[in-house]
Design a protein around this ligand. Structure first.
Ligand SMILES: CC(C)(COP(=O)(O)OP(=O)(O)OC[C@H]1O[C@@H](n2cnc3c(N)ncnc32)[C@H](O)[C@@H]1OP(=O)(O)O)[C@@H](O)C(=O)NCCC(=O)NCCS
Length: 211
C-alpha cells in the first residue's frame, strides 16, 4: 500500500533529495509547517507574470497560511526547493532564519468533478483518480532559465509514484499564452490532450505517463 499524505506529513523524509541545475545543488523536500514565512516571501517575490500563471491573485500571506494548514490533511502535497546557500539546512528552520525558496511544486492527489477529470472525459480520456496526480510547478523568477524546473521533475515524479500514481496532468491546465511553460512541458514529454476556456481565459490540458 502507498503511504498516505498524512503519513508523509508525519515523516516527510522519503521526499527529500538533492538535485542539481546548471551545476548548482538544490535541496528538495516537502513543505513544512515552519515554512510559512518562506512561502509568503516566495509568493510575494514572484513577478506579476509568474503570479498570473500560477495561483493568480491570491494574497501571499493568506495562501501561505492555507497551504501550511493543509499539510497532511487533504489531497495536496507540496515540494519546495531551497536556494543553494541553504543546502546545509535539512528539515527544521529556526523561526528567525526561514528557508529561502527557489521553487515550489503543487501536487494534488484528487480529481474533483468539474475540473481535470471532466475536461479529459470531454477529450475522450478517462483519468483514474487513484493513479493520476495533478502537477503545477513554479520557479522563483531569478532562478528561471537555469534548468531548475527540469531538475525538479524527477523529484515530483518520485513523489507521485510513491503515492501510487503513474500519470501526471497539469493542475488547472496551462494558460494558452504561457508559451514558456508549454514549451517546457513539451520538451519533457507532456502531450496536449485538449483545450478549454475558463475564467482565466484559454487553457491547454497536457498529460504525461510518468517515465
Ligand atoms: C515554467 C517554469 C516552471 C519553467 O521553470 P524553469 O526552471 O525556468 O525551467 P527550465 O530552466 O528547466 O527551462 C526553461 C528555459 O530555460 C532553459 N534552460 C534550461 N536549462 C538551462 C541551462 N542549464 N542553462 C540555460 N538555460 C537553460 C530552457 O532551454 C528553457 O528555455 P526556453 O524558455 O527558451 O524554452 C517557470 O518558467 C515558471 O515558474 N514560470 C512561472 C509559473 C508558471 O508558469 N508555472 C507553470 C504553470 S502551468
Amino acid at each position: 500500500m502507498p503511504p498516505t499524505i498524512a503519513a508523509l506529513a508525519a515523516d516527510p523524509s522519503p521526499l527529500t533529495r538533492t538535485v542539481t541545475a546548471r551545476g548548482i545543488p538544490f535541496l528538495v523536500r516537502a513543505l513544512l509547517p515552519e515554512d510559512r514565512a518562506a512561502l509568503t516571501g516566495f509568493l510575494t517575490g514572484l513577478s506579476a507574470t509568474s503570479r498570473r500563471y500560477w495561483h493568480g491573485d491570491t494574497d501571499p500571506a493568506d495562501a501561505a497560511a492555507d497551504w501550511i494548514d493543509a499539510i497532511g490533511r487533504y489531497d495536496k502535497l507540496r515540494l519546495v526547493a531551497h536556494c543553494p546557500d541553504q543546502l546545509t539546512e535539512t528539515t527544521a528552520h529556526p523561526p528567525d532564519r526561514p528557508a529561502d525558496l527557489a521553487g515550489v511544486i503543487d501536487l494534488s492527489f484528487c480529481l474533483p468533478d468539474g475540473y481535470e477529470i471532466t475536461r479529459y472525459a470531454g477529450y475522450g480520456i478517462t483519468l483514474d483518480p487513484a493513479r493520476t496526480v495533478r502537477f503545477g510547478p513554479c520557479v522563483a523568477d531569478r532562478w528561471q532559465g537555469h534548468g531548475l524546473a527540469a531538475a525538479l521533475l524527477p523529484a515530483a515524479y518520485a513523489a507521485a509514484r510513491l503515492l501510487g500514481c503513474d500519470r501526471a496532468v497539469l493542475f488547472g491546465g496551462v494558460q494558452a499564452t504561457n508559451h514558456r511553460a508549454r514549451r517546457f512541458y513539451q520538451r519533457h514529454g507532456f502531450t496536449e490532450a485538449g483545450t478549454f476556456t475558463d475564467e482565466h481565459g484559454d487553457g491547454v490540458d497536457m498529460l504525461l505517463d510518468l517515465p
